[in-house]
Structure formats: structure tokens, C-alpha cells
Design a protein around this ligand. Structure first.
Ligand code: GDG
Length: 493
């Protein structure tokens, strides 16, 4: 289905939907302005919800003036046409601190990415996590009927599935997609209240991960930490307390057409002004990194490899510039603040070491770029580096491929990302912690023959377009309907 936008008010962009009173007519009818996010899950879900008239329950933005009990706003199309309900749940500052910046991002995030040493257990965080999960579960229960399909997104809702399962009709389907990796049993041992996390997730009828490795690790953890659960590795099911959960691997794709289109419309002027804004010499070979400023993304390792590369390849000094776009994220969490300081000081040090009056090896920005600018950079970057130490999937790698409309970019991709299982064969694989090898791979990427470069990018583009966000949504809904219908055979296999 096309992504339909037929708003009768001014549309602004950034992901929030706001209501305003229509002063002209004096009516109380809400005039709706909707911010359109780029690609991704939101763009994938929007048309589905428009078609099904479902309800989207989401964390509010803090100044939404509706609460858990009365938030029903029609979003998407004019009120007399089919639309869906957006229900916002406003959270207090304490709730956000403990639930979001606490158990979600000081415990589950580091743990699932294998950073057990960064897990921080603070008093009350888990209780707040439970309270917020219960609030969302209650909201779901208000909307769910015997035929409902409930689809939860991500690690912020590990307890909600079991709560929902207990409060809605048993014929409804509860499913969840976990966007980040799942750790080994040895790492999961450090999860405070880990048993409750597993029990919560087993309230799902369907639990999806990006790749089989994570799904297997989840089954291993259930087997180890919930001895009463019956794990069937072949059928990928868990039977626990009379309920069956099917665990599947469905790697996510991107809205490839949209990145392709935006990149095609990026003209020379747009690129020229970006180069001017960031002081990039016009004729350099361009490398690019686009990440949240997160310790899982391997940015310091990337900088070290670039330093080694410039050390060993002095002829590239002045000829190759690496643009690192890093979006600050979760900055109130000390591990993130420390990591941000490290990245910034490494950039300064490397630039002082090799930079000249008219060239810097690393151009570093924390600006959030409009999607069109991002696509212009993707299109014109000669190489993109994804060097995550651990990454559920990584959408940036796929966006870069979709936006490489001239077919001449090269992707360097960490073998520790979910995306590597899809793109690894035609990317240049890197081990982010092996500095010398990593530096050699940068040199390889810069010296690939045009023929090899094009062959690799053609193959990457085919894979990325065949496995785009629409294909992912389709697979999700095939699984959901199979589980809903009580069938037990895999789609497409
Ligand atoms: C989690 C998992 C999994 C970044 N800077 C700008 C900008 N971005 C957009 C990118 C991309 C997104 O942010 C980042 O997505 P990733 O997948 O790379 O990483 P996470 O945020 O960690 O996402 C990950 C994902 O969930 C989905 O399941 O792949 O493994 O960690 O879309 O384009 N977008 C714009 N300007 C920026 O400056 N417009």
C-alpha cells in the first residue's frame, strides 16, 4: 500500500502528532498536524494501521494533554475516512528516569549487547519498569477484543506480554519484536530479575528477533533459567505454564525505495553546501559513519583504525576525509557521557596529529541532518563504515546501499551486526577490534577495482531491495496470522 498522506492542516516533520483547536470555525474538532518520520518501522506500520483501523499506543511527549484514560486521537487521514487511533501515554519524570534511563537502558541494553560490566542496578528501576509495563498492558486491555492482534516493539516491554496475556481474551494474539540482540546464558546471568524478564516474554504467542543466533540464545536462556519450561529447539517453541511461544528470526529491512528516491533527487548544489558547511574540500574521497553516539557502535575502534590507516598510508592524507555523524543519545547515563567525551577527544587528537590548514582527516558532527541531506551524503560517500561491537541489525548499512544509486560505493561492515548475515558476502567484512586488519580493509575499500566495486554494490542493492521494510512487514503479518490461526508451519519455507 502507498504511504498515504491526506492531511487538511499544515504538516510539519519530526515524528509527533499534535492537536490544535480549530479557531476559524470555533469548533472543538481537533486539527491534526502530523510529522512524517523517515523510513523505518513507523513508515511501515502507518499504512497497516490505516487499513486495519487499529490502535497505536505510544509513550507521549511529556506535554501531551491527554492521559491514560482519555487519549483517543484520530491520526492519518481526514476524520470521515478510515483511520487509526493514536493513544499516547504520558510518563512522569521519575518514570522516565527509572523505566527508560534505568532498567531499559542501564540494564537491558548493555546486557543484551554483551556489556555486562556496564549493567547498573539502581533501587526502584525494576519496579518502575514493571509499573510502566503494567500501564501499557492496561491500555492494551482496554482496546483488545477476542480477535485482536497485539504487537509490541522492543526491549522496553519485556514484562507487558505476560500481563496482557492475563487480561485479554485467550483467542487474541500477543506478539513482540525484539530489535536488539539477545545475550548468551553466561551473560544473561547478570540480569537482575532475569526470570521475570523471561516469564514476561513468554506471555507472547510470537517473539521475533533479527537473526537466528539471537533466537537460539533466547531459547538457551529459557532452558537454563526456567527449568520448568519445555523448549523445542527444532520447532522453536517454548511451552511454559500451559502457554506456547513461537520464537522466530525475521531480519528487518529499510524503506529502500524512499532512500533511493531521496538520493536521486540530491543535486550537486545540495552536496556542495554540505561540504561548505562542514569544511570538507570539494574533491576528496569521502568516507562516512552514521551512528547514534552509543558505546555499542564501535566508534572509538573506527577512529583508531583510521589513525592507523593514515599512519601507514601517508599518500592518502589530504585526499581522503572521513565524516563521522554521531547523534547524541541517552546523555544522562554516565556510560554514554564518558563515551561521548572519549569520541570527541579522539577526533581532536587524530586531527591534531594529521590535520593541515586546509584538510582534516575526520570531520565530526553531532548535528541531526534532514533525511535529504543524509541521503545526499550516503549517495556521494565512496565508502561507509559500520564497525559496531554488537548490533541487533543496523539499518544504516542498508540505507547506505539503498541510497548508493550510482552503484559505486563500498560498504565496510562489522561481522558483529545482524546486517552482516544479510550483506556480509558482498560487503568488506571487518572485525572492529583488530586494528591492523581493520586499517587494511579501509585501504582495500579505497583501492577496489571499479568492476569489483560495482559488482559488490549491485549484489548488495538486489538483496536490500528484495528484503526491504515491506517484505519484513509482510513476513511479520504472515507469522502473526499463522499464529493467530493456530497453524504451525513457517511461511516461505
Ligand atoms: C536499533 C538497533 C536495529 C541517524 N542519524 C540521523 C538519522 N539517523 C537514523 C539512521 C537510521 C537510525 O537513525 C539508526 O538505526 P540503526 O539500526 O543503525 O541503529 P539503532 O538506533 O541502534 O537501532 C539496531 C534497529 O533498532 C531496528 O531494529 O537495526 O540494531 O540497535 O535509520 O538513518 N536520520 C536522520 N538524520 C540523522 O542525522 N534523518
Amino acid at each position: 500500500q502507498p504511504y498515504r498522506h491526506e492531511y487538511d492542516t499544515e504538516a510539519e516533520t519530526n515524528g509527533n502528532a499534535d492537536t490544535e483547536t480549530d479557531t476559524e470555525t470555533g469548533s472543538d474538532a481537533a486539527a491534526i498536524s502530523v510529522d512524517e518520520p523517515t523510513g523505518g518501522l513507523t513508515a511501515g506500520l502507518d499504512p497497516v494501521l490505516q487499513e486495519t483501523s487499529g490502535t497505536w499506543i505510544a509513550w507521549g511527549d511529556g506535554d501531551a494533554d491527554f492521559d491514560v484514560t482519555d487519549a483517543r486521537d484520530c491520526v492519518g487521514v481526514p476524520p470521515d475516512e478510515e483511520c487509526y487511533t493514536l493513544r499516547r501515554i504520558d510518563l512522569s519524570d521519575d518514570a522516565v528516569d527509572s523505566y527508560y534511563r534505568g532498567f531499559s537502558n542501564r540494564v537491558l541494553w548493555p546486557l543484551c549487547h554483551g556489556f555486562a560490566e556496564l549493567v547498573e542496578e539502581r533501587a526502584d528501576d525494576f519496579e518502575w519498569y514493571r509499573t510502566v509495563n503494567a500501564t501499557f498492558a492496561d491500555a492494551v486491555a482496554e482496546h483488545a477484543s477476542s480477535e485482536s492482534v497485539v504487537w509490541l516493539q522492543d526491549y522496553h516491554f519485556a514484562l507487558a506480554p505476560r500481563m496482557i496475556r492475563e487480561s485479554i481474551p485467550s483467542s487474541a494474539t500477543v506478539a513482540q519484536f525484539w530489535h536488539i540482540p539477545w545475550p548468551s546464558p553466561a551473560t544473561f546471568e547478570y540480569c537482575p530479575d532475569g526470570e521475570q524478564v523471561l516469564e514476561g516474554l513468554l506471555g507472547n504467542d510470537l517473539l521475533g528477533f533479527h537473526v537466528k543466533r539471537y533466537a537460539d540464545a533466547f531459547l538457551d536462556c529459557v532452558r537454563r533459567y526456567l527449568p520448568d519450561a519445555a523448549v523445542d529447539r527444532d520447532r522453536r517453541t517454548v511451552r511454559y505454564e500451559g502457554h506456547t511461544t513461537r520464537v522466530v528470526a525475521t531480519p528487518m529491512g529499510v524503506d529502500a525505495d524512499s532512500y533511493d528516491q531521496r538520493a536521486r533527487t540530491a543535486d550537486a548544489d545540495q552536496l556542495h553546501s554540505l561540504f561548505e558547511r562542514y569544511d570538507i574540500p570539494q574533491n576528496v574521497t569521502l568516507g562516512l559513519g552514521v551512528d547514534r553516539l552509543d558505546y555499542t557502535k564501535g566508534i572509538p575502534e573506527r577512529l583508531t583504525a583510521l589513525e592507523r590507516f593514515f599512519e601507514e598510508n601517508p599518500s592518502w592524507r589530504g585526499e581522503f576525509t572521513f565524516v563521522q555523524k554521531a547523534t547524541p543519545s541517552r546523555t544522562e547515563i554516565p556510560a554514554y557521557a564518558r563515551h561521548g567525551d572519549l569520541v570527541r577527544s579522539e577526533v581532536d587528537r587524530i586531527n591534531r596529529r594529521f590535520g593541515t590548514d586546509d584538510w582534516q582527516p575526520i570531520v565530526y558532527t553531532e548535528d541531526i541532518l534532514p533525511a535529504d541531506d543524509l541521503c545526499a551524503l550516503y549517495r556521494h560517500a565512496d565508502l561507509l563504515i559500520v564497525s559496531s561491537l554488537c548490533d541487533g541489525m543496523n539499518l544504516v548499512a542498508q540505507e547506505y546501499v539503498a541510497a548508493s544509486v550510482d552503484g559505486d560505493g563500498t560498504l565496510l561492515l562489522s561481522d558483529r551486526t545482524g546486517a552482516h548475515e544479510r550483506l556480509g558476502e558482498n560487503a568488506i567484512s571487518i572485525n572492529p577490534t583488530a586494528v591492523d586488519e581493520f586499517a587494511d580493509r579501509i585501504e582495500d575499500a579505497l583501492t577496489l577495482s571499479p568492476r569489483d566495486r560495482t559488482r559488490r554494490m549491485d549484489a548488495l542493492r538486489t538483496t536490500t531491495f528484495e528484503n526491504d521494510i515491506d517484505a519484513w512487514m509482510e513476513t511479520q503479518f504472515e507469522w502473526l496470522s499463522q499464529v493467530h490461526d493456530g497453524q504451525r508451519t513457517a511461511p516461505n519455507s
